[in-house]
Design a protein. Structure first.
Length: 381
């Protein structure tokens, strides 16, 4: 395998990953490139087109990998280049179709009719941009340096011919270290794809721009770290392939599949992490017992009431309840707070929560398409 083929194969994989999860891992107010009001973030057309796009992009990625294997991507350069172009074109077509379907319904139903649209910005993003997690690039660099070191040590002892798939090539610096050049290109390409993400301008929620920016920074950090972990895993698979090429590692039959294990594990972790960013459920600490945690799926929340507390209406309740319809999580600072939220999940007992930052909590729920209504004075609890 030469450097061009290796880079082409990995580009097909990376573009497939990005196109599968990228458009879906966005703020709920932007669905497949269409800005929507919070209460329409879970509209039937949005949910339908998100599911359809996800399945279509997954099928495109699977088809691209299958075609790459069938056309002999490991022995020729042109298949991976052609397949990568076709993959990107197909994914963009799927994205455009889903975008158009949501935009049509949005226009027909007048989702923004009578609304005043506001754009906000936080100047701290320009003066204090999120730093690229360079430390998380070190594992990939370490794997690359290990590959170079093993190659340099092993090169004088290589046989006259190297086996590449079903054919042999004469041993030379170009043939022996092509895999190292490919690994360097993959590392640089993936890092180059991540860098612009850290320079893009975030879309902030109008309810609480500061809290929205904090959440964006946290999500961006998780995305960047997960991406660099995936890069290290891909480089580890390339290292295993190089060890086999240099006859340091002897694998045969199904054992050859071990080469793909690090990349597959990194890809799975990346997908789980990125998709989890858009689906992180609200977490209530100290709910059942002090120190315990309860997570409420977003789909289970029917409504949320914002209420003002008084001495016998929440402030005096550290934990538990005197009202069988509500349950307050453990919060030693509740007596010094003024606002509580009553979460209706359709069950007999409603969680009674008092976040430290009510505005940020409310903005986070609104960003996820969950409306907040004024409940007046909190109930006796």
């Amino acid at each position: 395998m030469n450097a061009a083929v290796l880079v082409g194969d990995v580009v097909v994989l990376l573009f497939g990953v990005f196109m599968c999860v990228g458009p879906l891992a966005t703020r709920p107010s932007v669905q497949l490139g269409v800005r929507v009001p919070p209460e329409h973030a879970k509209a039937p057309v949005v949910l339908r087109e998100r599911r359809a796009y996800q399945w279509r992009s997954v099928l495109v990625a699977i088809g691209a990998l299958a075609a790459l294997t069938a056309l002999g991507g490991y022995t020729a350069r042109w298949p991976s280049r052609l397949i990568a172009v076709l993959e990107v074109a197909a994914d963009l077509g799927c994205f455009w179709w889903a975008h158009q379907q949501i935009a049509k319904v949005k226009s027909a139903e007048g989702w923004f009719v009578g609304r005043r649209q506001v754009v906000v910005a936080d100047t701290r993003w320009r003066s204090e941009p999120e730093a690229f997690p360079a430390r998380w690039l070190l594992p990939a660099v370490a794997v690359f340096l290990a590959t170079v070191t093993v190659g340099v040590v092993r090169y004088p002892h290589l046989p006259a011919y190297l086996t590449r798939g079903d054919h042999r090539v004469a041993t030379s610096p170009a043939s022996a270290f092509a895999v190292v050049a490919g690994q360097l290109c993959v590392t640089g390409l993936w890092t180059g794809l991540l860098m612009p993400v850290y320079r893009s301008r975030p879309g902030l929620g109008t309810a609480d721009p500061a809290a929205s920016l904090r959440r964006y920074r946290a999500a961006l950090g998780v995305f960047g770290r997960a991406g660099l972990v995936l890069l290290a895993c891909v480089d580890a698979s390339v290292l295993l392939f190089a060890l086999g090429l240099w006859q340091v590692l002897h694998l045969s039959g199904r054992a050859n599949l071990l080469v793909a294990v690090p990349a597959a594990a990194g890809l799975l972790a990346f997908l789980v992490t990125v998709l989890g960013l858009a689906r992180t459920p609200p977490t209530i600490k100290g709910y059942y017992l002090p120190g315990a945690v309860r997570r409420i799926p977003l789909s289970a929340i029917r409504s949320v009431l914002r209420s003002d507390m008084a001495a016998l209406r929440g402030r005096g309740r550290i934990w538990g309840t005197a009202n069988p319809g509500y349950w307050a999580n453990f919060d030693l600072r509740r007596p010094r707070k003024a606002v509580a939220f009553l979460v209706d999940t359709g069950k007999a007992i409603k969680p009674f929560v008092t976040p430290d930052d009510p505005a940020a909590f409310e903005a986070a729920l609104r960003d996820r398409g969950i409306g907040i209504t004024d409940g007046g004075t909190a109930p006796v609890i």
